[in-house]
Design a protein around this ligand. Structure first.
Ligand code: HEC
Length: 168
């Protein structure tokens, strides 16, 4: 009898987990992404890329499908970050997107989101390409911001110098 109860419980928890998973995209409550796996948590945007307009432009081309016809993020996420396919994450939602560290963002593009239409892109894109995509996608809601690993949050690009001296 006890075993049966445990089984029922497991099914319930899985059910809730799946529901929460659906809400992770464009609609539903804003929930932070799961913790970034260890093999990705140490990866960060090359620090001199944040203000690099050329890299942003290269990211835009990949996102729009102009660099590689096999990779077209805008076909689901929309050219202006407004999703055109149901359930795709809305990059214009700053409240949601600011919960993604640069590493989390990179991880999700590389590996995708299980059981959703968001597949992993690492077989089609180099690490550099994926960082360019993060750089471009952030312009929809976090324009001018950079991820600060010490503060664990997005900060205005202009405050970087201040932020790093503060903690010394
Ligand atoms: C076939 C449609 C489709 C394409 C093409 C697509 N995505 Fe997605 N993407 C989705 C969906 C659906 C989700 C929401 C998954 C979920 O429920 O969490 C998503 C979620 C995401 C997320 C948030 C991940 C998370 O943790 O919720 C990022 C970042 C992202 N996509 C980036 C990209 C990039 C970059 C590309 C192009 C290389 C791309 N996507 C191409 C459908 C797509």
């Amino acid at each position: 009898m006890k075993i049966k109860l445990v089984a029922v419980h497991a099914v319930l928890i899985t059910g809730i987990g799946l529901l929460a998973g659906c809400g992770g995209g464009g609609e539903g409550p804003i929930v932070p992404p799961p913790p970034t796996p260890a093999e990705y948590a140490e990866k960060h945007m090359p620090s001199d890329w944040w203000g690099n307009a050329e890299k942003v432009e290269q990211g835009r081309k990949i996102y729009m499908g102009e660099a590689n016809p096999d990779v077209n993020c805008s076909s689901c996420h929309g050219k202006d970050g407004k999703p055109v396919k149901a359930g795709a994450t809305d990059f214009r939602n700053g409240e949601r997107m600011k919960l993604y560290s640069d590493s989390a963002w990179f991880w999700r593009i590389s590996e995708g989101v299980p059981d959703t239409r968001m597949k992993g892109w690492k077989s089609k894109l180099s690490e550099e390409d994926i960082w360019k995509l993060v750089l471009f996608e952030r312009t929809f809601a976090l324009s001018g911001k950079v991820w600060n690993e010490e503060k664990k949050q997005w900060v205005d690009a202009g405050t970087i110098a201040v932020a790093s001296t503060e903690t010394r």
